[in-house]
Design a protein. Structure first.
Length: 830
């Protein structure tokens, strides 16, 4: 329309400016902070533009989507994924049933969701499937069916026999559109009647194709605009063609039906007459009786003298889980502890179930919550929700003691037989090298290469040198010996290859043996447990683990069951704590569910899990057969699993409770253990033994050589010419005996009483005086040729300086069996 034409229009539908204000007031009253707006027609966005442009609060987060029947499901899935529970819906009334069906299919019909519909015809839709789901549905109504005039009018409409379809539905509720038409006719009639009273109407034939206006049209517009009338849509009043006086009833879906809980007017704004309808504590007034069993960390109780009372005394994993589920599904609960302390086992004698299962079967409880395993026998008498935790049976055992570290742990990398084989190979190759070197002519060499006429050859590979060469090669050190013949080189090369492999393998395995803590584990699996009789094993009496072994068809588990059933005293325990205690005492393995096993070993570093899972089980919440709560709780559990809430609860009660013991497993995996004396102390023992052996051998060599020197120098007879004056004194300081005549050679006989200890002391004293020198005099008693003047003479013989002769050359004659030495100064230098 053009602006001139719009000035002459009168809209009986409430102004969108006021409707937006009504929506704002409703949002502000409900304290919405996260809102989704779903509209279908483009005009719907224009109707709600004031909410989008100027929301009632700056903290409101809005999610806007345009939908149609084909994509309602996708939009609602997205809204559900974003966890938006406050939704404004503006759809075509003809498509409302499609939208409602999508809500049911996506399970978006619980007490958490609140829908605000913009339609005035909410009463005409079928909401039977939403009445008892505690879903919040709110809408405005323009026709007040509680008004007496409205009822009278609607009663007259019912008596009227329409030619076509009735404008009333079967509930005698008129839709907003025909109601507005009804009021618009009355408003027009009242305006026209007022115009007729004030002036004579001149009616002329008008044509729709003609642009000639009616002369009284402006007057009629003014009279209609001035009409004030109470119609079936409420009070009617116009300002410049817009309806400014009206009343909107606020409807809220309750358990039985839609109820009026307040109203909104442009003057008085929102007025809620039943505030309890919107704030009912978040969930309906329904209390379920929950039976449970005390079992850390699933269900635990605060002490009686604690400040906690009622259901607040209970805490644990299952308690936190039940709190979240009750908030999502919408119920309250009270706890009771099972009297016999059992989960549930069928008594063949009485034909009844005991424990938690028995309480649910007898309908003494609405729910059974705890670490209760889902199995076929229990499922046949009660219902279970979707499992909230998956688990299996495993073996709890005391951590085996560490293998005691031996002093000679460095020998562990190779087995005893390998060490013996290496020793045998060492001896064999040494003798082979000796024999091959003797046999090969290329190993015999001239000791004096400058003298080609020498008829003496020597071989460097004596028996001692052969062993020394093989030893140096084995220890990756040089020996100073190099084979020259091809045969000996082959022996040396193949020995090098052998030692390369042996030492490399030893070095690699030594790192593992010295840095990894090795445990003595008597059992590794259930098969090992079944095949031995030294370690006892059992389960919780009357539990699902016991039933598993009793009913199992697997041979290993049947064998274990026969052992447990026939063992006396009984290996079954009445409570998990008793089983853990028996494990700590030693020589006992406890078969239990993996979740409780994990909880136990997290709090006791002396316990561990042996092997993997023997089966696959699940925990669920038990309900009586046919309970309406099972599906609702199952949906809540699935939602919690998808969002990771159950895993967070598991971490809270299994890992982050503050009483978890500190294990060194991670440190052992990421960092090698420092080697202590107990690991490689044997190497030091070998070193000290080797040093001690070398000292002993050196002493023996020293003793042997000193003994020979002592025997040789026991009596020393020395001859000298007359002109050579020699004055010797014996050890006692007495002058030596002179038995020669003048002009003749003088024979000086010196008596030396030299003991072995004295000789050793003198030799040691002389060795200490040499300090770090690389040279020392050597006594060559077996050599009759000339020797340098610095030839070693035992320190007990005090010779004058002239005794060394001319140019420092002294002729020495050694008589191996005689103690007389002749000094001849007339000998010439060679």
């Amino acid at each position: 329309m053009e602006p001139q034409e719009k000035e002459f229009s009168i809209n009986l539908f409430p102004s969108h400016m006021y409707l937006n204000q009504a929506y704002k007031d409703m949002i502000q009253f409900l304290k919405w902070r996260k809102v989704a707006i779903i509209y279908e027609e483009d005009f719907g966005l224009m109707k709600l533009q004031e909410i989008i442009r100027a929301p009632p609060s700056k903290n409101i987060e809005m999610y806007i989507r345009q939908g149609h029947p084909e994509n309602y499901r996708d939009i609602l899935k997205e809204v559900k994924h974003k966890e938006i529970y406050s939704i404004i819906v503006d759809t075509v009334p003809a498509n409302m049933h499609v939208f409602l069906r999508c809500l049911l299919q996506l399970q978006m019909n619980d007490y958490r969701y609140h829908y605000l519909f913009t339609t005035f015809d909410i009463e005409t839709f079928d909401l039977e499937d939403f009445k008892y789901n505690y879903v919040n549905m709110t809408a405005f109504r323009i026709v007040d069916t509680d008004n007496l005039n409205v009822r009278r009018t609607l009663r007259d409409m019912e008596r009227f026999q329409p030619i076509g379809h009735s404008i009333l539905n079967k509930s005698s509720i008129i839709k907003a559109e025909p109601a507005l038409i009804f009021d618009s006719v009355n408003v027009f009639a009242k305006g026209l009647h007022a115009l007729e009273r004030s002036a004579t109407l001149s009616l002329a034939n008008l044509s729709c194709e003609s642009e000639t206006p009616w002369d009284d049209g402006s007057s009629l517009f003014n009279y209609i605009n001035a009409v004030e009338y109470d119609g079936i849509t409420g009070p009617i009043k116009f300002t410049e063609g817009k309806r400014t006086n009206f009343k909107l009833d606020i409807l809220k879906l309750r358990m039985e039906n839609l109820h009026k809980v307040g109203e909104w007017t442009p003057e008085g704004k929102i007025n809620i007459t039943d505030r309890q309808a919107f704030f009912e504590g978040g969930k309906p007034n329904i209390t379920l009786k929950v039976i449970t069993i005390e079992e850390p960390p699933y269900v635990m109780l605060h002490p009686i003298d604690s400040p906690f009372t009622g259901k607040d005394r209970y805490y644990g994993f299952c308690i936190d889980l039940l709190k979240i589920i009750s908030d999502k599904v919408g119920f309250d609960y009270e706890f009771d502890i099972v009297t016999d302390g059992r989960y549930g086992n069928y008594n063949m004698t009485t034909g009844q179930w005991d424990g938690l299962v028995g309480s649910v079967v007898k309908k003494k409880a609405d729910l059974a919550v705890g670490s209760m395993t889902i199995n076929y026998a229990r499922e046949s008498v009660i219902d279970f929700t979707k499992p909230f935790m998956n688990l299996g049976i495993s073996i709890l055992f005391k951590i085996p003691t560490s293998q005691p570290t031996r002093l000679f742990s460095f020998m562990n990398p190779l087995a005893v037989e390998i060490w013996l084989y290496v020793l045998a190979a060492f001896i064999l190759v040494s003798f082979t090298m000796f024999v091959m070197a003797r046999f090969s002519p290329y190993e015999w060499n001239n000791p004096h290469p400058c003298n080609d006429n020498s008829d003496v050859v020597e071989n460097q590979f004596s028996l001692n040198n052969s062993f020394w060469f093989i030893t140096g090669t084995l220890l990756r050190q040089g020996s100073g010996l190099n084979p020259k013949a091809a045969s000996t080189r082959i022996v040396g090369g193949i020995w090098w290859f052998f030692t390369l492999i042996i030492i490399s393998s030893y070095t690699a395995n030594l790192a593992a043996f010295l840095t990894v803590e090795r445990m003595i584990t008597p059992i590794e699996s259930a098969e090992d447990l079944a095949d031995q009789a030294d370690i006892e094993y059992g389960t919780l009496e009357g539990g699902s683990t016991m039933a598993f072994f009793r009913d199992s068809k697997i041979e290993t588990y049947q064998k274990m069951w026969r052992y447990m059933e026939s063992k006396r005293p009984s290996v079954f325990v009445p409570h998990i704590e008793h089983g853990v205690k028996k494990v700590l005492e030693g020589n006992y393995a406890f078969l239990m569910e993996s979740t409780m096993l994990d909880y136990t070993i997290q709090r006791n570093c002396n316990l561990t899990q042996i092997g993997g899972l023997l089966n696959s089980n699940s925990y669920g919440i038990a309900t009586p057969i046919g309970s309406p709560w099972r599906d609702k709780i199952s949906l809540a559990i699935l939602e919690l699993q998808e969002k990771g809430h159950i895993q967070m609860l598991y971490s809270k009660w299994w890992r982050n409770t503050g009483d978890v013991c500190n294990r060194d497993d991670k440190n052992k995996d990421s960092k090698a253990n420092a080697l202590g004396v107990e690991n490689i102390g044997g190497v030091f023992v070998v070193l000290m033994c080797g040093l001690a052996l070398a000292i002993v051998v050196a002493i023996l060599e020293f003793c042997w050589n000193s003994r020979k020197n002592s025997q040789t120098d026991r009596w020393l007879e020395e001859y000298a010419p007359e002109e050579l004056y020699m004055d010797y004194e014996d050890e006692d300081g007495d002058e030596a005996e002179d038995d020669t005549e003048d002009g003749a050679s003088k024979k000086v006989r010196i008596r030396r009483q030299q003991s072995l200890c004295s000789e050793m002391a003198e030799e040691l004293r002389f060795a200490m005086r040499c300090h770090g020198s690389r040279q020392r005099p050597a006594l060559k008693r077996n050599c009759s040729r000339c020797a340098p003047g610095n030839t070693y003479v035992p320190a007990t013989v005090n010779l004058p300086p002239q005794a060394n002769g001319e140019n420092g050359i002294l002729q020495m004659i050694d008589y191996r069996r005689c103690s007389v030495v002749h000094f001849d100064t007339s000998a010439e230098s060679p």
